[in-house]
Write a protein that binds this ligand. Structure first.
Ligand SMILES: *[C@@H]1O[C@H](CO)[C@@H](O)[C@H](O)[C@H]1NC(C)=O
Ligand SMILES: *[C@@H]1O[C@H](CO)[C@@H](O)[C@H](O)[C@H]1NC(C)=O
Ligand SMILES: *[C@@H]1O[C@H](CO)[C@@H](O)[C@H](O)[C@H]1NC(C)=O
Ligand SMILES: *[C@@H]1O[C@H](CO)[C@@H](O)[C@H](O)[C@H]1NC(C)=O
Ligand SMILES: *[C@@H]1O[C@H](CO)[C@@H](O)[C@H](O)[C@H]1NC(C)=O
Ligand SMILES: *[C@@H]1O[C@H](CO)[C@@H](O)[C@H](O)[C@H]1NC(C)=O
Length: 561
């Protein structure tokens, strides 16, 4: 958000090119767990992407105290006459306490480089700034993008809202003035977040020709219209849709049920491959092309965790999946008109990496060549290190590693549903994004883009949190949670095609990750999870140095040339 009273601190050009539609500030509301930004049919907060010119550094900040995408615009190569040494940016709303983003912009990078030692020893006598070194000649992985999931529940909730409010949801996620998502995950048939379990061709049974799967379901027709609108209002050039199955029709399964210990009957291996291709064809015919599919959501649910999992799932062991992918799905897709669709493997928790792929490879040598990517879920990341993913990426080079599901509230010790306004949940996201991008991840797709106040609805009584919560009671408000801005600190400023570069900071509470964008600008995401404000001395390998004071418990994206 751009705050009116900050304009004097902004380069005037930037201040005046914002038009009222492009940037608008958060309408904050205090909630039990913290603070949300409220949107209605007639109002929602946006931020036009800052474009720092040669000498400028833009710092976009979110803090526990109440900032949401607050912009500080700093200028190099001039002695700034507007400010002394420190700029305090106040939140105008009385609902918020002020918190400072304090930046030293008096000196050019180069000047600071020369006399840094002297200057900092006098200005910060007892509290030397933390050094953050950004080296743009050390490059790591390329970024594919960011997204959320469009489930049956999401589609249903959107239908409750008036069109203008639906548009704000689409734009908030997928427009450049929102958080710039470009990826979207959608189930093929039903999933756990739907009003009922369902699949195509449930009837007639025992019908490998899929004679009744000749058109999309009415629920898909609704979804396709919503997605068309999403693309339109977000001015999206390309939306990368990843589709995944949760369960086959029950007659294809060994147990004949949606859930429980159930595997695909071997006689239906070809039918199940055809089922995927049929969905791709039908979506394409609706002008909603599919970018990627996975080999199926969380195969372990139908093998190992069926006791806990009460929603539709299809079990696989790596041996069987290798046969299905190598002998059926792979050839079916690659010999079709849709041969360029990407196929992602696993689509399950991190602890199954890399063993899952090694086992597949043992069963069918060469099967992994069918995979373009590796899909991994977030839920047990706290217990299993990201080095498992690095290891997998090493033995399977060139595959796109995407997190394909994340949400909070599934664990016995967590609130099952939203903690409206929770900073702590936002911080879990921010630090997870940061840690995973420090490893081999190329992108992140979150779970439901919206849920209701209970964290549903769904048939499985499976209630969790989401970045945006819909008031399904008055149907007139949505609430953007800290999680939304946590993701946005990455997705909005790190577009597809960005490359991670080296960023090092020695601190337990302040962490950073940096990217070089296709526009050649640098975006550094900086998190302070500590209880005290910190001075950070950013040292860029090309530009020089700048000191940024960041408040306690705050997230920042620093963008510069
Ligand atoms: C900035 O200030 C310094 C010291 O006050 C002065 O020497 C220098 O000429 C100034 N530079 C500009 C661009 O105004
Ligand atoms: C910020 O707000 C405080 C309290 O309202 C006020 O004293 C201070 O001057 C303000 N600072 C700026 C830079 O507007
Ligand atoms: C085809 O599926 C629909 C439900 O989508 C069902 O109503 C109909 O009976 C099925 N047709 C046959 C021949 O089973
Ligand atoms: C697949 O198996 C072959 C032959 O045993 C082996 O050389 C290769 O390293 C394996 N690849 C992976 C990813 O396990
Ligand atoms: C949803 O709207 C109703 C009616 O306006 C209101 O009473 C309720 O507090 C709102 N829910 C939330 C979570 O703010
Ligand atoms: C950046 O990394 C390159 C390659 O490792 C190294 O040669 C160079 O010295 C580094 N630059 C700085 C400023 O640390």
């Amino acid at each position: 958000m751009i705050l009116k009273n900050n304009c004097i601190f902004l380069v005037s050009l930037i201040c005046y090119i914002f038009d009222a539609n492009a940037s608008s500030e958060c309408k904050p509301r205090r909630t039990k767990y913290g603070l949300v930004c409220v949107c209605t049919a007639t109002y929602c907060d946006y931020l036009e992407n800052p474009q720092p010119t040669a000498n400028n550094v833009v710092v976009v900040s979110t803090s526990k105290e109440g900032r949401r995408f607050a912009v500080s615009n700093l200028r190099f190569n001039t002695n700034d006459t507007n400010i002394n040494t420190k700029t305090s940016l106040n939140i105008s709303s009385e609902d918020l306490k002020s918190s400072a983003v304090v930046v030293d912009s008096r000196q050019t990078f180069a000047q600071l480089l020369i006399d840094a030692g002297e200057r900092f020893s006098s200005r910060f006598p007892s509290n030397r700034p933390l050094k953050l070194r950004v080296n743009r000649s050390v490059e790591y992985q390329k970024i594919t993008g960011f997204g959320g999931a469009f489930t049956g529940t999401v589609s249903h909730l959107l239908g409750l809202l008036e069109p203008n409010l639906q548009d704000h949801i689409y734009k908030s996620y997928y427009h450049q003035d929102g958080i710039g998502f470009n990826l979207l995950r959608t189930p093929i048939g039903g999933c756990d977040f739907d009003l009922a379990p369902w699949a195509y061709n449930e009837e007639p049974q025992n019908d490998p020709a899929l004679s009744n799967f000749t058109k999309l379901d009415p629920r898909d027709e609704v979804k396709v219209k919503q997605l068309q609108r999403l693309k339109q209002v977000s001015s999206l050039e390309s939306l990368k849709i990843m589709a995944a199955t949760w369960s086959s029709p029950t007659w294809m399964k060994s147990n004949g049920k949606w859930t429980g210990l159930g595997l695909l009957k071997t006689e239906y291996y070809q039918a199940w491959a055809d089922y995927h291709l049929r969905f791709i064809e039908l979506m394409d015919a609706k002008n909603m092309p599919i970018w990627a599919i996975s080999t199926g959501n969380e195969p372990l649910n139908g093998i190992a965790f069926f006791f806990f999992v009460h929603f539709m799932s299809l079990g696989w062991v790596p041996r069987n999946q290798a046969v299905w992918l190598n002998d059926f799905l792979g050839p079916t897709i690659r010999k079709s008109k849709f041969k360029d669709i990407l196929i992602f493997g696993n689509d399950d928790q991190r602890y199954s990496f890399p063993a899952w792929f090694k086992d597949m490879n043992r069963t069918r040598l060469g099967v992994l060549d069918y995979l373009d990517g590796l899909a991994v879920h977030w839920y047990w990341d706290e217990m299993f290190a990201p080095t498992l993913i690095d290891l997998t990426a090493q033995i399977l080079p060139g595959k796109i590693v995407l997190n394909t599901e994340s949400c909070i509230g599934d664990k016995p010790w967590q609130t099952h549903g939203p903690e409206l306004g929770s900073w702590e949940r936002g911080e879990m996201y921010a630090s997870s994004f940061l840690h995973n991008f420090q490893h081999s991840y190329n992108g992140w797709i979150d779970w439901n883009i919206i849920l209701d106040e209970q964290g549903g609805p769904n048939y499985a009584n499976n209630y969790v949190d989401a970045p945006v919560i819909v008031n399904a009671t008055n149907r007139a408000e949505i609430y953007k949670q800290p999680i939304f801005y946590a993701m946005g600190h990455f997705s909005k400023f790190v577009p597809e095609g960005s490359v991670r570069i080296d960023a090092k900071i020695l601190s337990a509470s302040v962490e950073a990750v940096a990217f070089k964008r296709p526009d050649e600008r640098i975006a550094v995401v900086l998190l302070n999870s500590g209880r005290i404000p910190m001075d950070v001395l950013l040292i860029d390998s090309v530009r020089g140095e700048i000191v940024i004071n960041i408040p306690a418990q705050s997230w920042h994206t620093i963008v510069y040339n």
